[in-house]
Design a protein around this ligand. Structure first.
Ligand SMILES: [Zn+2]
Ligand SMILES: [Zn+2]
Length: 107
């Protein structure tokens, strides 16, 4: 996690967080300060807040040329900038979105 620091003492390492819906409750391990961080995602391209949380597959190359899904992470896609990607996702539901770039067999 980057960009998070204690508002009281500036500590950036010893922070603990509890996810609670769209909020993270953070606590500083150095001074004990508690604060909340809003998770509301904002589009980096258009600044819009109409974002959708979409599960995205984490794909790794296993032995040979086989690709396997090793995990899922949640990404936020913009309804405007990522409209085509969202459409693909909704068409393939409930399958997770595949990464834009798959590891190649000879990479
Ligand atoms: Zn602190
Ligand atoms: Zn956007």
């Amino acid at each position: 996690m980057t960009g998070t620091e204690c508002p009281a003492c500036g500590e950036t390492e010893r922070l603990s967080g509890d996810r609670d819906g769209e909020l993270i409750h953070l606590q500083c391990g150095a001074c004990g300060e508690k604060w909340d961080r809003n998770l509301d995602p904002v589009c980096k391209r258009c600044g819009g807040t109409d974002m959708q949380a979409v599960p995205k597959a984490i794909v790794e190359k296993s032995r040979g040329t086989q690709l396997s899904v090793v995990g899922i992470r949640t990404v936020h896609l913009c309804s405007i900038c990522d409209a085509a990607t969202l459409e693909t996702y909704h068409r393939n539901r409930p399958n997770p979105l595949m990464p834009d770039q798959l590891p190649t067999a000879n990479g």
